[in-house]
Design a protein around this ligand. Structure first.
Ligand SMILES: C[S@@+](CC[C@H](N)C(=O)[O-])C[C@H]1O[C@@H](n2cnc3c(N)ncnc32)[C@H](O)[C@@H]1O
Length: 315
């Protein structure tokens, strides 16, 4: 029988094969371009002294984040823009087509890849890791698609529980082996540079808040709680276990150099602060609307989302 992980993997694939970001939920880049502008400032700090840096985005959505980053580099960082290459790793054919359309003006600058490529620069993602499927376990048993609890399907699950020292029997633990596989691949493909992961998640210190697990679905901006009963294609996600990313990162040669909430990360960017100031002084209806979207980013996403920056250890 299929495990919950198999079910989640199929749901994600089916959902992204025929959707556009914004229909069922908004991501920060879809909310406002100030997110991409802020991320660009941070990226610039990390790559400005590299000769031919590359940016590799995992899961490009509608292409908005790539558009905002490339536009910011072109206008604000002309010293590095001519030497920059941008890669997008995307599995959904329909989103890939949207991205190609959106990024037409950056032809020759952006490349789509089916496998990670080796780069000097930064591999980064926003709301990518939360799409990767999780094994759900409780008290030595794993959740299957019919809602029953059966044998653990992959020996690496037990190794993970031991490694992370998770012993509570009355607690659901979600194990994202695919996240660890991606993390390892990221480290292997970073010749030199950094990994930035932006997503909602928790650490081992606050895992007790999620005794029933964190998997939820989204459909038309509504929460789907009982995901095993939902029939229509819907977005399904699990919060990211940042402690696992930090711990396994160390094993794979990625040293965590920064971990903070999204609000602090955004407010540490000149571009974001300038946008905030300019919009708060303006009376134009469009600017007033944008200001409210920036506040949403800072207030409702600001604490829930975290930013983790890891540096590839030099070999
Ligand atoms: C929630 S969306 C985020 C999109 C974009 N980063 C944003 O913030 O708007 C997740 C993205 O990851 C892609 N994706 C999900 N699972 C993937 C996988 N296993 N391999 C490659 N892309 C994947 C989806 O197709 C989609 O583009």
């Amino acid at each position: 029988m299929k495990t919950f992980k198999d079910f989640m993997e199929e749901c994600v694939k089916e959902y992204y094969s025929s959707t556009k970001i914004g229909k069922d939920f908004f991501t920060a880049p879809e909310l406002d371009r100030a997110f991409g502008m802020a991320l660009s400032d941070h990226l610039y700090q990390l790559i400005h002294d590299m000769n031919a840096p590359a940016l590799l985005e995992l899961g490009g959505g509608n292409g908005s984040l790539a558009y905002d980053i490339l536009s910011t580099f072109k206008s604000k960082y002309p010293d590095i823009y001519p030497h920059l290459t941008y890669y997008i790793y995307e599995s959904s054919p329909s989103l890939l087509a949207l991205q190609k359309e959106r990024l037409k003006e950056f032809e020759g600058k952006v490349f789509w890849i089916k496998e990670l490529v080796a780069i000097e620069g930064v591999i980064f993602s926003n709301e990518f890791f939360d799409c990767l499927p999780v094994h759900v376990v409780k008290d030595g048993k794993e959740l299957y698609v019919d809602g029953s609890w059966g044998p653990i399907s992959d020996e690496r699950i037990n190794l993970f529980l031991e490694h992370m020292n998770y012993k509570d029997k009355n607690h659901v633990i979600e194990i994202c082996l695919d996240c660890l596989d991606f993390l390892k691949a990221i480290s292997q493909h970073l010749l030199k540079g950094y990994h930035i992961l932006i997503d909602y998640g928790y650490t081992s210190n606050d895992i007790h808040k999620y005794a029933e697990g964190t998997v939820v679905g989204y459909k038309s901006h509504r929460l789907v709680k009982d995901v095993l009963k939902e029939t229509q294609p819907f977005d399904i996600t699990a919060m990211v276990n940042f402690s696992a990313i930090v711990e396994y990162g160390k094993e794979f040669g990625l040293k965590t150099i920064r971990f903070e909430n999204l609000r602090d990360f955004l407010l540490a960017s000149d571009s974001f602060l300038e946008e905030l100031e300019r919009l708060s002084l303006s009376q134009a209806p469009e600017d007033i609307e944008r200001l409210s979207r920036l506040k949403t980013m800072l207030v409702s996403m600001g604490d829930r989302f975290k930013v983790l920056v890891q540096e590839k250890a030099s070999s």
